[in-house]
Design a protein around this ligand. Structure first.
Ligand SMILES: CC(C)(COP(=O)(O)OP(=O)(O)OC[C@H]1O[C@@H](n2cnc3c(N)ncnc32)[C@H](O)[C@@H]1OP(=O)(O)O)[C@@H](O)C(=O)NCCC(=O)NCCS
Length: 181
């Protein structure tokens, strides 16, 4: 499954991407903004393991390589929630550092959200950036998300306790509610 919009392409990770992924992901500035499940340093072995883990489709989570001009520049994933949260989805993402600040993640988030609202029964999509992650917060806002909450002292990263945020967008409000069915 692929999503194309606005000069970016979201497509499944392939085994051939492992070397490029290891280069992009082996970056402390990326690690510092993600959960600890994301390895650091990030080796070629880590990249291969990750790619093989996302190739089995469990129907609940999906991770896409982000391509611009035929080159892999980042990753964006979605996890469909379960039980009473089953109409919710959480997204997570990162971009190669040399591509930051060009609007690529705003476009990627928007394209993924548009796809999910149009093709799944999800009605709420959210993300949980650390409070200090201004770039991610801004990209979410530009893609149509609202700040729902600041969770005080909710995370510990690099041994420092800090705040995180919840940003969300509802199907009925995304792009002026044009997705309403
Ligand atoms: C967060 C990240 C994905 C953003 O991707 P991106 O393609 O650079 O984002 P965009 O260019 O679409 O938007 C970023 C916005 O934040 C702004 N921004 C970035 N850093 C900023 C800072 N320190 N202070 C103020 N604004 C900042 C940019 O100027 C831009 O806003 P603008 O278009 O109004 O100028 C990228 O920086 C990244 O991969 N970071 C490390 C991993 C990460 O944080 N992942 C998300 C975890 S929740």
């Amino acid at each position: 499954m692929e999503i194309s919009a606005d000069g970016i392409r979201l497509r499944p990770w392939k085994e051939e991407d492992a070397e490029r992924l290891a280069v992009i992901a082996n970056n402390k500035k990326i690690f510092d903004n993600l959960r600890d499940a994301f390895p650091h340093p990030y080796s070629l072995e880590d990249a291969k393991e990750f790619i093989s883990s996302v190739q089995t489709d469990d129907g609940r989570s999906k991770v896409f390589a982000i391509e611009v001009g035929g080159e892999v520049v980042g990753s964006i994933g979605v996890s469909l929630k379960s039980d009473v949260y089953r109409k919710n989805a959480e997204i997570g993402y990162y971009l190669a550092e040399e591509q930051w600040g060009k609007g690529i993640m705003t476009k990627s988030i928007r394209a993924l959200v548009r796809y999910l609202f149009a093709n799944t029964d999800v009605i709420r999509i959210y993300a949980e950036p650390f409070a200090r992650n201004i770039g991610s917060r801004r990209a979410l806002e530009k893609a149509g998300f609202r700040l729902e909450a600041v969770l005080k002292s909710s995370v510990i990263k690099n041994n420092i306790i800090e705040d995180s945020c919840i940003y969300a967008v509802l199907k009925e409000e995304f792009e002026g509610g044009t997705m309403r069915t």
